[in-house]
Design a protein around this ligand. Sequence first.
Ligand SMILES: Nc1nc2c(ncn2[C@@H]2O[C@H](COP(=O)(O)OP(=O)(O)OP(=O)(O)O)[C@@H](O)[C@H]2O)c(=O)[nH]1
Ligand SMILES: [Zn+2]
Length: 347
Amino acid sequence: MSRAASDYDESDVRIRPNRRGSRPRSKNRPAHEDALPGMVLGVDRGRYHVRVAAGVGGDTRGERIVTAMRARELGRKGIVVGDRVALVGDTGGGPDALARIVRVEPRTSVLRRTADDTDPVERVIVANADQLCVVVALADPAPTPRLVDRCLVAAYDAGMDPLLVLTKSDLTPPDDFLATYAPLEVPVVVTATTGGGFSGLDDLRDRLRGRVSVLVGHSGVGKSTLVNALVPDALRATGRVNAVTGRGRHTSSSAIALELPDAEGWVVDTPGVRSFGLAHVSVDRIIDHFPDLAAGTAECPRGCTHDEPDCALDAYVSSGAAGPAGPARLESLRRLLRARSGGSPED
Ligand SMILES: Nc1nc2c(ncn2[C@@H]2O[C@H](COP(=O)(O)OP(=O)(O)OP(=O)(O)O)[C@@H](O)[C@H]2O)c(=O)[nH]1
Ligand SMILES: [Zn+2]
C-alpha cells in the first residue's frame, strides 16, 4: 500500500534522497505542511487523545477525537493536555486508528505541578490555558487560604488569569472570605446548590466563555458537581477520551479537557492536582501583577525580597503613592510572596 505524502515525517526526509535532486529542504518551509491541527484533550500511557475540529486544513471529515503517538522526531519533548499539535498518519479517529504527532506548537502558558517524593521533576500539567479557576468551598471543607494563595501565585507564574470560585455559599456566606481577598482584586464567582437549583452557574459560564480554564481545588469542594453542571455529558466525554483504557475521571490522575456546550470554551479538570511547584517563581513575576506597587520598588535595595525591613514599599504606600488600597495590597503581595515557600505541598 502506498503511503500518502502526509505520512512522511522528518525522519523519512532525512534518510531519503530528495526526489527533486539535492536541493535541501528549505529551512523556512515547515515540515508536514499538510498535517492536521488538533488539541490534546487527554494523555494516557504514551497515547494522546487529540480533538480535530471539523473542516480544518481542507479536511472534509467531521469533528473527532484521534488517538495519536508522538513521532520519533519529537525526541523527549513533553506533550500535555491543552497542547496544540499537528497530526499525520491515520487521522480518521476510528477505534484502531493511530496518528502521529509531528509538531507541538509554541505554548502561550504552562501550568506546572510541583515535584514530590515519588517524582523529583517539576512537570507541566496543562498548556495554553488562560484562566485558573481556584475552587474553594466556603464550608465543608473549610477554606484553606494558604492553598488559595499558592494557586494565585501559580496562576500569575503561568501567565494565567486567576478566578476564585467559592462553592457551598448555602452553608456559609462568602463575606469573610471576600474581605480577605478583596485587595487582590481577583474576580470571584459564588455558587451554591440549593433545592435542586444551582445559583451562580450563569456567572461562572460568563467567566468561562471563550477561554480555556483549568479547575483546581481540594477534594470535596464541589469540583465534580460544577463540572457535571457545566458539561452535561462530562462523564460521556471523559469516557470517550479515556476509551482506550476504560478509566473514568475519578480514577484518572491526569488532566482532561472538556468542551463546554455550544463550543463556548474549555474546562480542564485536574483530579490529581492539588499543589504547584512555586520555589522557582521569581519576585518579579508576582510584582508584575501589582502594577500599583511596582513603581515603588525603584528605591528598594538591590535584590530586595520586598518582604524585609529595608524594603522601600512600606514608605511608598504610607506616602499614599499607591492609593488608599496601597497598604492592604502590600500586605496581600507579601502574603503571596511568603506562600511560595515552606509548608506541605498539599497545603
Ligand atoms: N451544600 C452544598 N453541598 C455541595 C455543593 N456543591 C457540592 N456539594 C456537595 O459536596 C460534596 C463534594 O462534592 P464533589 O463535587 O464530589 O466534590 P469534588 O471537589 O469533585 O471532590 P473529589 O471528587 O473528591 O475531588 C458532595 O456531597 C456534593 O453534593 C453546594 O454548593 N452546596
Ligand atoms: Zn522591596
